[in-house]
Design a protein around this ligand. Structure first.
Ligand SMILES: NC(=O)c1ccc[n+]([C@@H]2O[C@H](COP(=O)([O-])OP(=O)(O)OC[C@H]3O[C@@H](n4cnc5c(N)ncnc54)[C@H](O)[C@@H]3O)[C@@H](O)[C@H]2O)c1
Ligand SMILES: [Zn+2]
Length: 377
């Protein structure tokens, strides 16, 4: 299959932050052209998910990639860490920083983040603060990270007060999204990643939503052409949205559709695997559509179309579906206070006029929200 390159660029007059995203199959076992451009005898710190190197899951693409880099530099230093959101912790970050420094890195050294969104976020953050910032390359290995977290340069870790509250904007040199990596991904993780794909259709492109709705079975069967199509389309929509808003002072917030509710729900699950990011966002998006309907922004028909697709994918779509997690209206409202979209203590939500048209709703009325949550919980 031919690989495709999507260029991410920003309308930033001060510096050129643009970079390519390579999407295709067999990219990691065959990436000499890409590596030749970026590695060139530099010191490499390869921060990877342990899942690829442990005896049980030894991943041939990972080892092929490590061998390929060795052709371009004599200094390849590996740091293996676990996936899962518990890893995005200040203690883990400290270990990465100290270990990287022990390799005597310099300003030309490059971090390669090889893993899902968790590895990408923490390794990217480490790259942004080591020696006041070194370059990094993202090799996203989950669907979520290929379509979302590796694009746009948001990096960071969690705080006990909420997700991603400590971090920076740091754009990578390049992203290599190899579809082959998705074959070993647990189905649950794959489906959770699809939520972010669907999110792009819901925000900006109803035809894309319809495409997924029509072809969801082939996508679930890992049909490579369809996977490539939805990954490329997602990256294009995301890069279009962030182009004029690198640091989220405006339209970039649209990408947060379903995430105000989703992040709160995720935190009630205590990041222990009971509910994962995409599942929480699935409920979050359904709630955002229901709230949009309650406030007369969109029709019941649209709500039902969205809920129906998530149900077909066996995703949770309401708080009823996750009864084992304790959630109250008060606790939810408390969590909203830490949402990064808020300004001057006013809550901001992303709502929809219809499928394919999200908008930013500032100054959200807390009474409406309270009544809405009381009905939902
Ligand atoms: N920076 C951003 O813009 C952004 C955007 C969206 C989400 N995120 C963050 O991304 C994180 C979620 O990302 P994720 O879902 O990729 O999580 P993850 O990195 O924890 O990966 C999910 C699970 O899959 C395993 N895994 C990864 N790749 C695999 C593969 N190819 N085969 C088998 N197993 C594999 C991991 O070990 C882990 O258990 C969250 O922390 C979220 O906040 C960041
Ligand atoms: Zn997300």
């Amino acid at each position: 299959m031919k690989s495709e390159i999507i260029n991410v660029s920003f309308n930033n007059k001060l510096s050129d932050l643009s970079y390519p995203i390579f999407v295709g199959t067999d990219l990691l076992s065959n990436c000499t052209i890409i590596l030749n451009e970026f590695i060139q005898n530099r010191k490499i710190i390869l921060i990877h998910d342990n899942v690829f190197s442990l005896k049980k899951g030894k991943n041939k693409n990972f080892f092929a990639f490590v061998n390929s880099i060795k052709k371009f530099t004599t200094s390849v230093n590996l740091i293996g860490i676990s996936g899962g959101d518990k890893t995005k912790h200040i203690n883990q970050l400290n270990l990465i920083l100290e270990k990287s420094l022990s390799f005597e890195i310099d300003r030309d050294s490059i971090i390669i983040a090889f893993g899902g969104g968790v590895i990408g976020d923490i390794a990217g953050f480490a790259a942004s603060i080591l020696l006041r910032g070194i370059n990094y390359i993202q090799i996203p290995t989950t669907l979520l990270s290929q379509v979302d977290s590796s694009v746009g340069g948001k990096t960071g870790i969690n705080s006990s007060r909420g997700k991603n509250l400590i971090g920076s904007f740091h754009q990578p040199l390049a992203v290599i999204a190899d579809i082959n990596m998705l074959k070993s991904l647990p189905k649950r993780e794959f489906v959770a990643g699809l939520v972010e794909v669907i999110k792009y259709g819901l925000i900006k492109d109803s035809n894309f939503f319809d495409y997924i709705d029509t072809h969801y079975k082939e996508i679930l069967d890992y049909e490579e052409e369809k996977l490539k199509k939805i990954i490329c389309k997602s990256c294009k929509i995301k890069s279009e949205i962030i182009k004029n808003d690198e640091k989220e002072s405006g339209q970039r917030a649209l990408l947060n559709l379903g995430h105000t509710f989703g992040h709160a729900i995720e935190s009630f699950g205590k990041y222990n695997g009971k509910i994962i990011h995409g599942e929480a966002v699935s409920i979050g998006i359904c709630l955002a559509f229901k709230l949009s309907k309650k406030m007369n922004f969109c029709s019941q028909d649209e709500v039902e179309k969205v809920v129906s697709l998530f149900k077909k994918l066996t995703l949770p779509t309401s708080l009823e579906d996750i009864k084992s997690i304790s959630i109250t209206t008060l606790k939810m409202l408390e969590k909203f206070k830490f949402d990064k979209k808020n300004k001057n203590n006013q809550l901001t939500f992303i709502l929809n006029k219809k499928i394919g048209e999200s908008f930013i709703k500032k100054n959200m009325d807390v009474n409406i929200l309270t009544n809405f949550l009381n009905d939902e919980i």
